[in-house]
Design a protein. Sequence first.
Length: 378
Amino acid sequence: MDKSKNGEKEKPRLAPSDRILSVDVLRGFDMLFLIGGNGVAIAITKLFGGRFQELFLPQFDHTDWAGFTFYDLIFPLFVFIIGMSTVFSLSKIIAAEGKKAAYKRLIRRSILLFLLGIFYYGGFSNKLADIRLLGVLQRLALCYFFTGLIFIHFRPKGMVIWFFSFLITYWAFLCFVPVPGIGQISFAEGTNWANYIDQHFLPLRKHNGTWDPEGLLSTIPAICSCLLGVFAALVIKNKEFNDKKKLGFFLGGGALMVLLGYLWGIQFPVIKKIWTSSYVMVAGGYSLLLLGFFYWLIEMLNFKKWTLPFVWIGMNAISIYMAKNMVDFNGLAERFVGGDIQRLVGEKVGYLLLTLFSLALTLSLLRFLYNRKIFLRL
């Protein structure tokens, strides 16, 4: 960590100064598991082995279909944070320049993010049919765009109506309308409405052959995950609420949503790959709980000394996500701690050493960008 001229340790610098540190740290925490943290967690779990590995290793991978693991939270948590960022950024633009400027920002960022998604999955390097039209970044772009439109045009009550309308309509459609060609209700992989829509109406390459986990129909409930972030940000911005009330909303609301989500999952299974309404509730609840924890720790207890690496990540989340696609950090790590070193320390320790070094390289790049105030702004 760098030191200032007076010998004190570097403190988190926020740019601009009115950013909410706990939100940047939450974003950094989330992205940590996409840039190498998940590999480190897997390596540590395998190092312990036995019952510990049996219990915790499944948490660092996606559920095959129905169910929920910790790793299933990573994507909807980022969608949730996108919703929070929408409030902070568009509110300033609307106040200073009006709705027209907000539209321009919304459209420009959505298009750029969508195009980055196309580029991430190979761009135009192959034939047209091999382009993946929808993916992670494209879903973020669509969620940001539609959530932004709702935020610009509606007050909180109207946003709540949109939230429940999307959630309940999706539930009713999948639970009460028989799937064509099957003649019955189905949540099974490949035979549900979300997969059917992709198979018949989503062009070009689909991640799972005939359907995509970031497909057309499941984008609707994903917007609800983004709207939850909007609600959380509105609570943070509300000057009538003190910190205790805000914390109560995050923790109490989060716990209630998790409970209701799992109860709803008895009838409408919790499935990430088609973003079921029960999945929105469970993931949204955990997102609120995590936000509450970081808000309590950082904003209320003022415990910030540990946050800087997460700020490095959070301030350049899209940059490092793209960089991980183009730079083989694991391959670079093998040049330093591979070969005979791996054989000397053994398979499990060697894998941990490799993942730690790869993560260290990634963090070094992020620290370099942060110290030089280089941030990707779409």
